[in-house]
Design a protein around this ligand. Structure first.
Ligand SMILES: NC(=O)c1ccc[n+]([C@@H]2O[C@H](COP(=O)([O-])OP(=O)(O)OC[C@H]3O[C@@H](n4cnc5c(N)ncnc54)[C@H](OP(=O)(O)O)[C@@H]3O)[C@@H](O)[C@H]2O)c1
Length: 246
């Protein structure tokens, strides 16, 4: 039986690349995002490349919190079950604090934290009922340390990481695994406007690494592991004068 995975934010970047990677590994896919036309194109393309693979697509805006459980249920029904949630949908707006852009900060928290929590909450309810499941959440390296113009983004990612660590303790002995991923720089439309993206990896390479981490059910990891596993720890020792230049 192929593993069944639901991916949020599957219309672009990491989510899209992971859909192709897992299709190649024989997974059945439920792909969600707001851009339904793009999801349809991806579905058709995957089914041309991997004719035996099941792909269902469903529109989902993770900030429409009350709609999330229904979408999870519809996807699970379309796949005939659900083994893994990949909670990945996210935005980055790059606003500064106190400059009249609280609207951007709020949208970032609503999407990256509350939207992810709504998705995880609905999937865990499903997993508890069926007696097994695997939750994978995409946090960020930024969860380790606050950077300028990333206050709401970092707060959302740090919040999500702690939320998922708490969940892991809650579902201990319930046959539900929880993975927290902290990517460094993966080449996607989210960050392709940045001047500097140290240790950048392609979306395809990032997806292959993530697929391996999902299959090994790692508890937490940077993506890629090296050098971020070390640099992530060292970041918090940087003086503020250095961080301010980022
Ligand atoms: N790229 C990196 O280096 C990096 C590093 C650390 C963490 N991350 C995290 O990785 C995740 C994926 O980012 P990415 O780099 O692949 O960015 P991306 O290419 O911009 O993709 C973001 C995805 O999220 C979806 N999305 C955004 N708002 C949504 C909403 N309200 N409801 C549902 N879906 C929504 C988008 O689809 P629609 O617009 O079609 O809805 C899109 O599919 C994000 O959580 C991001 O914070 C990325």
């Amino acid at each position: 039986m192929p593993k069944k995975i639901l991916i949020t934010g599957a219309s672009s970047g990491i989510g899209r690349a992971l859909a192709y990677e897992l299709a190649g590994r024989g997974y059945a896919l439920a792909l969600t995002a707001r851009r339904m036309e793009t999801l349809e194109e991806i579905r058709k393309d995957i089914q041309v490349r991997h004719p035996g693979v099941t792909v269902v697509v469903h529109p989902l805006d993770v900030t429409a919190f009350e709609t999330v459980p229904g979408v999870i249920a519809a996807c699970a029904e379309g796949l005939g079950g659900l083994d893994i949630l990949f909670a990945n949908a996210g935005i980055s707006r790059g606003e500064k604090v106190g400059r009249g852009r609280f609207d951007k900060a709020r949208l970032t928290i609503e999407t990256n934290l509350l939207g992810a929590m709504a998705t995880v909450d609905a999937a865990v309810a499903y997993f508890l009922q069926q007696g097994h499941g695997h939750v994978v959440g995409v946090a960020s390296l930024i969860a380790f340390l606050g950077f300028p113009r990333m206050a709401s983004y970092g707060a959302a990612k740090a919040g999500l990481a702690i939320y998922l660590e708490s969940l892991r303790a809650e579902v201990h002995r319930k046959n539900i695994q929880v993975t927290v991923l902290n990517p460094g720089y993966i080449d996607t439309p989210l960050n392709d406007m940045l001047k500097s993206r140290p240790f950048l990896v392609s979306a395809e390479k990032g997806a292959a690494l993530i697929a391996g981490m999902i299959e090994r059910k790692v508890k937490r990891s940077t993506v890629p592991v090296w050098p971020w596993c070390l640099l992530g720890r060292l970041l918090k020792w940087l003086p503020t004068s250095v961080i301010a230049r980022f």
